[in-house]
Design a protein around this ligand. Structure first.
Ligand SMILES: Cc1cc2nc3c(=O)[nH]c(=O)nc-3n(C[C@H](O)[C@H](O)[C@H](O)COP(=O)(O)OP(=O)(O)OC[C@H]3O[C@@H](n4cnc5c(N)ncnc54)[C@H](O)[C@@H]3O)c2cc1C
Length: 459
């Protein structure tokens, strides 16, 4: 139903829908402004889509539930949560509530973009903003083609700039009471316990703490897993409990190498969003199709090595520390993500997509563009990839980035009795440590094997 609002003297609908997806916040929400301008009341909705929920893993699901509980509270208990295929459920909800439009922040992922296109055939889907500082497709070369290499993308991204944060709060929108629509089948938000603080309040608090005491030295500390001094904002960016625009605005007033480097990392997030948008099939397969011919190990031995990697039992301390951090915390330091990924692909000769799937299931911040392209970068098959012949040596990486061995001892209790950087070389020395395995492969040999396999696909 559409009627004339006496106060605003413009044509506004009675109801509209704000469909939350990767934007579980109330501040800096351009969709709220669009919704408030188009209707008197908004129905805030979240849909549990089994296609997205199933591969998420228990930790990310638990974090999602906690974010939704907080959002519901902010909306005065008016968040409507439903379950099913959004292609069916969203048009059904619009029909039941008489909503003329559905407001969303645009989804550029392969599944989300297709889903939204199908929904837009049935309802007026209004896309305002996206989860990125600069939406995929916006930063292009002069001839309009997408960038394939990060550094020129980054320069163009800085030149392009981003919008100022939208000034919004929960009160920007008049939320309709979901109970009014008794025909709608509601779903309860399950109870959950999370391994790290999540939600909008936690995101803003953590961001403020990092600005006060972290960003200034970020460039010096970001590669050191033992310091654990990175922002840990990835989880909040994943759920959209903070928008990168808000972060970039706060960084704008700060000089120095720390804020500059941090901005660059946020650009990597946008870069991978852009790459996946232009190459949706690269979520599942090699971007560089030459790598389709790469031979991977298979059989019982390969399977046992895979299990040892997943469980942090490879006998390479930095690899095992990382995999145990993932298992226990649902997060891993970026440097260590690179080391364990390189080990899986180049020492164990297993496909990158096995590792990517394991990460997506276990990471609370599991995010398709950053994850799949982080893996492809390491494997050498992605855009702007590390050259295949640059193979991480897990021992020298450990000694260089965890020089006192503190990170390893934190996550591998069996090695706590070994002081300093010697903890990285237990395998090399052949030390017998109770309950800790000998190296499952010889890095030098596997390095040669990896290079050999690469030579064969290069021709
Ligand atoms: C194999 C592999 C898999 C990865 N999987 C994911 C993933 O599923 N989800 C995810 O958010 N990041 C992923 N990354 C990128 C990076 O490791 C994490 O973003 C970072 O470790 C998160 O910790 P932080 O927030 O403390 O990072 P900070 O160092 O504080 O960086 C700030 C923010 O910049 C962005 N960022 C930093 N590095 C990268 C990067 N290399 N690529 C894209 N964005 C980046 C993230 O949004 C991060 O929160 C992956 C990297 C690799 C090598």
């Amino acid at each position: 139903m559409v009627r004339i609002s006496a106060t605003r003297r413009e044509t506004v609908a009675e109801n509209t829908i704000v469909w939350f997806r990767r934007d579980l916040r109330t501040a800096d929400m351009p969709t709220f402004l669009a919704a408030a301008a188009s209707a008197e009341r908004s129905i805030g909705v979240f849909v549990f889509d089994p296609v997205l929920l199933k591969p998420s893993g228990v930790r990310r699901r638990d974090a999602l539930y906690a974010c939704l509980r907080e959002l519901d509270e902010k909306l005065g208990g008016r968040l409507l949560v439903i379950s099913g295929d959004p292609v069916v459920e969203i048009p059904k909800l619009a029909a039941l509530t008489g909503a003329k439009q559905v407001h969303v922040s645009a989804d550029f992922g392969p599944y989300g973009a297709l889903r939204d296109a199908r929904i837009a055939e049935k309802v007026d889907l209004v896309r305002t903003g996206s989860p990125f500082a600069v939406a995929p497709g916006r930063v292009t070369k002069d001839d309009g083609s997408p960038y394939k290499v990060f550094t020129p993308f980054f320069r163009s991204w800085l030149d392009h700039g981003w919008r100022a944060p939208a000034k919004t709060s929960a009160d920007t929108v008049a939320w309709a009471d979901a109970d009014t629509f008794s025909e709608v089948q509601r779903t309860e938000i399950p109870d959950s316990r999370t391994v790290c603080p999540v939600g909008e309040a936690a995101a803003l608090r953590q961001w403020k703490d990092f600005l006060d005491d972290g960003v200034a030295s970020y460039h010096e500390h970001r590669d050191r897993p033992d310091f654990d001094d990175t922002s840990r904002m990835s989880v909040h960016l994943k759920f959209g409990t903070i928008h990168p625009r808000t972060m970039l605005e706060d960084l704008a007033g700060r000089d120095g190498d720390g804020p500059k480097e941090f901005r660059r990392q946020l650009a990597w997030r946008d870069f991978y969003g852009d790459v996946l948008h232009h190459n949706p099939e690269s979520a599942r397969r090699n971007l560089d199709r030459k790598f389709d011919a790469m031979r991977h190990d298979s059989g019982e031995d390969a399977w046992m090595r895979w299990e040892a990697w997943c469980e942090g039992q490879t006998g390479y301390p930095i690899v095992d520390a990382g995999m145990r951090q993932l298992r226990d915390e649902g997060w891993m330091h970026n440097r260590v993500r690179m080391i364990v990924a390189s080990f899986l692909v180049k020492d164990l000769h297993l496909p990158w997509w096995w590792g990517a799937r394991h990460f997506m299931r276990n990471l609370v911040d599991g995010d398709l563009p950053a994850n799949q392209h982080g893996w492809q970068w390491v494997a050498g098959s992605g855009t702007d990839a590390a050259p295949y012949f640059r193979i991480f040596n897990p021992i020298t990486q450990g000694k260089r980035f965890d020089p006192d061995g503190d990170y390893v001892r934190r996550w591998v209790p069996e090695l706590r009795g070994i002081a300093g950087s010697k903890v990285h070389t237990v395998g090399d020395r052949g030390d017998k440590i109770e309950n800790y395995p000998q190296p499952i492969v010889d890095h030098k040999e596997e390095r040669r094997e990896a290079l050999d396999r690469y030579e064969r696909i290069k021709r």
